[in-house]
Design a protein around this ligand. Structure first.
Ligand SMILES: Nc1ncnc2c1ncn2[C@@H]1O[C@H](COP(=O)(O)OP(=O)(O)OP(=O)(O)O)[C@@H](O)[C@H]1O
Ligand SMILES: Nc1ncnc2c1ncn2[C@@H]1O[C@H](COP(=O)(O)OP(=O)(O)OP(=O)(O)O)[C@@H](O)[C@H]1O
Lengths: 219, 219
């Protein structure tokens, strides 16, 4: 099972620690605030009060044994930069750190953090896409210029089968699933002979430029 | 173009406002802190200093003309509950509110908020899945029990074509794309005769229970 340490029980850190424990990971929660440790200690394997900027305290926790250590400290960037620096020095294999700003994210990457978590920016960007184009029900960037988009069918698609539409050749995107609005947006994996209708939401995947071209058709 | 008002320039609200403007939406930013308004006013169509808990001030902004109003106020749940309540009373069509806790989210839904944004919880849950199972490169819940998962191929899949694997019937999941590790994780939409190899990351979609069964195979 995965062994994960979470340093800093911010809202993000707290949800992460709780969910990991539910999924079966062995979680060590670390925070310098007694109340937060008291709140989580019954939900995780181990909970320790410690100062993340105290190199000796980090050393005692033997974090290099962990699969991943997540730094989710709060308001000032200095504590998380120091903690990240010490963790990499102590030989921790994988360090994930929550960024408080884009400069903070870049500094963390420069000092060797393996992965950045930036909840506010990622959620803000994702919501922006679906608010900007309401025909897009959902938009999920998958990295490297590819995204998943959920959208209403174009007029020209209604009444045709997926095979007829020849999606991949014509639109350079792939329909990966269909949601049925009348059935509470239940998701189905459609056969090629599935007939598209007004009630469907198409779940599609493709390169961003191809998805954008597809949406230009809808206006 | 979409007309969106953002009330409260928290980190999430700020990124949202900026990204919406870049995408071509007409953004009205509202905050009671002059510094934050000064920081954003060159990036949005309009920026106003106002108190979101002042019903008259909200009324003057004519927010019922907006497609969506997003409430992204900070530390106390009271301000966002009041603001949400007033906005629905004033007839705003769609209200999205950022929740600070799960109780806060439930209260907001009870008073009529149309959509909840909860960056810390959503990112925390998403990271938990990929940390808990490192063979899962990425996990994206799509709602209603369906998710997108990126994972390394099972041993039994290597050397076979997608058609041979009969993915949909055998695993009840759909391979929607393949990432090529050697080419910087470039994404391709595979033909049915694509041969799976060690270098691939499979991007798959399916119901959560089916994806879980598939992962149980990988251990
Ligand atoms: N030096 C430190 N050592 C250990 N824990 C620390 C240290 N400094 C801060 N913390 C802890 O880190 C956590 C940061 O949470 P805080 O709520 O301030 O973060 P936040 O940036 O507001 O994030 P969120 O929006 O996710 O709640 C707190 O639980 C705090 O006690
Ligand atoms: N009554 C109010 N009217 C207008 N703006 C308000 C009011 N109360 C708070 N705000 C603004 O809401 C914003 C809240 O941001 P804050 O940084 O406190 O949020 P946060 O919960 O820490 O979120 P994040 O983690 O995304 O930064 C601030 O810009 C603040 O000025």
């Amino acid at each position: 099972m995965a062994q994960i340490a979470i340093i800093g029980l911010s809202s993000f850190g707290y949800f992460l620690a709780q969910r990991l424990s539910e999924l079966g990971s062995e979680v060590l929660a670390v925070d310098n605030n007694r109340e937060r440790i008291d709140k989580i200690k019954n939900f995780v394997a181990k909970a320790v009060i410690a100062d993340a900027t105290d190199r000796k305290a980090l050393e005692r926790l033997e974090l290099e044994e962990m699969d991943t250590v997540v730094i989710s400290l709060g308001e000032d960037i200095e504590s998380s930069i120091l903690a990240a620096f010490y963790l990499k020095e102590l030989g921790v294999k994988k360090v994930v750190a929550k960024a408080l700003s884009e400069d903070h994210a870049r500094i963390l990457e420069l000092i060797g953090v393996d992965q950045i978590a930036f909840p506010e920016r990622d959620s803000g960007y994702r919501l922006a896409i679906s608010l900007n184009q309401p025909e897009i029900v959902e938009y999920i960037p998958l990295g490297k210029g590819v995204s998943l988009v959920e959208m209403n069918p174009l007029k020209e698609m209604i009444g045709k089968t997926i095979r007829e539409l020849d999606f991949r050749k014509k639109y350079h995107c792939q329909i990966v699933a269909i949601r049925l609005k009348k059935e509470g947006e239940k998701v189905i994996l459609p056969e090629p002979d599935f007939v598209i209708d007004n009630d469907n939401i198409l779940v599609m995947m493709g390169r961003n430029e191809d998805l954008e071209n597809l949406q230009k058709h809808t206006r």
